[in-house]
Design a binder for this molecule. Structure first.
Ligand code: KG4
Ligand code: ZN
Length: 334
């Protein structure tokens, strides 16, 4: 059978990324240019700044991906691109580059949903087994998704307010830690204890939805109050207490979901899946509750284009192609 080579492009947030994937799981190249340094002084991603950086980097990143894969455009079978959800200005840079490439080299254009990409990051390391439940935790999303087969997504639950990564980044900012806050809190939490016992929002017992804005406000209010009283604050304990609350809710809802759905395969993905406390807790729970746990390598947890290429391969088999009027969407259902 002929090898299928797909160039994939991802620019939904603050990473400009391009990758060439062969047959859905062989990574021929994976180039990621992060804009983190530029957003640090603002304490978060500034959409206009992100778009401008994507414009500067996109052609270089695509060229690098092709060079590293040692391929010419005529060797490719398709071009794939993230069309949403994400920052609209950022998405449009990747989309326009992908459309121009597809038009110039007469290649089919494959539209990929960003969350599907996070789930399929696992496909780069092992074959997905169905049925499965996926917990996607990132700066923009917190979702529990069930899959019965390839490309079949049912949303079991999602956040009603802040994404978990967003809560991490905001709490980190008030703690005076640099952006992105997730890794900083993760590091600090290792030195602390859960002394604050912050709220855990389990919502309705039958619901797989999440809410993190109450927890975020509780942590920030505690810090403000203690500072106003000039009380010394053990920041490691704040970080640990916040993280324990997040992990308790994420793991309890997820275990509930796999039991209710009768599923034995669990995927945890997205930037927050890089969290060491969350990984360890899920590893222990997988032994206790007897399910298979898959978490991608750190480089495939945060945004990258290789994961987009993994989904694109499945879409390619189904000839799910887009026209050149494909538009970006900041919110779309999976
Ligand atoms: O998936 P991602 O790169 O981008 C989005 O699609 O949002 O996720 C970025 C998020 C940020 O909020 C960042 O703080 C968080 O992932 N993150 C972490 C860790 N590493 C990255 N959160 C907790 N612990 C970590 N170790
Ligand atoms: Zn993401």
């Amino acid at each position: 059978m002929k090898d299928i080579k797909i160039l994939s492009i991802e620019t939904s947030c603050d990473e400009t990324a391009a990758s060439v994937i062969q047959n859905g799981n062989e990574v021929l190249s994976n180039i990621v240019v992060s804009q983190i340094e530029s957003h640090k002084r603002f304490g978060g991603v500034v959409p206009e700044v992100a778009s401008r950086h994507h414009v500067e980097s996109i052609t270089v990143v695509i060229e690098e991906a092709m060079k590293e894969a040692n391929l010419a455009p005529s060797d490719l079978d398709a071009v794939a691109v993230t069309y949403g959800p994400g920052l609209i200005g950022a998405l449009l840079i990747g989309l326009n580059a992908a459309k121009a490439f597809a038009f110039a080299y007469d290649l089919p254009l494959i539209p990929v949903h960003h969350i599907a990409g996070h789930i399929y990051a696992n496909q780069l390391e092992h074959e997905l087994q169905f049925p499965l439940v996926a917990l996607i935790v990132s700066g923009g999303h917190t979702e529990l998704i069930k899959m019965e087969q390839h490309l079949d997504f049912t949303v079991l639950g999602e956040t009603r307010d802040d994404a978990v990564g967003e809560a991490y980044d905001k709490v980190a900012r008030v703690l005076g830690l640099s952006y992105p806050g997730g890794p900083e809190i993760d590091r600090l939490a290792k030195e602390g204890e859960d002394t604050f016992n912050f709220p855990r929002a389990f919502l309705n017992k039958d619901s797989f939805d999440f809410s993190f804005s109450g927890l975020k406000s509780a942590v920030i209010n505690t810090l403000h109050n203690e500072r106003q009283k000039n009380n010394p604050i053990n920041e490691a304990n704040v970080a640990r207490s916040f993280q324990e609350s997040v992990i308790d809710v994420l793991t309890e809802k997820t275990i509930d979901a796999i039991k209710t759905e009768g599923v034995k395969e669990l995927i945890v993905a997205g930037g927050v899946a890089a969290n060491s406390g969350l990984r360890t807790r899920f590893e222990n729970l997988s032994k206790e509750h007897d399910f298979n746990l898959y978490i991608p390598a750190l480089k495939y947890c945060t945004d990258n284009a290789a994961m987009i290429g993994a989904v694109a391969y499945e879409l390619y088999q189904k000839k799910h192609f887009a026209d050149l009027d494909l538009n970006g969407q900041n919110y779309i259902d999976i």
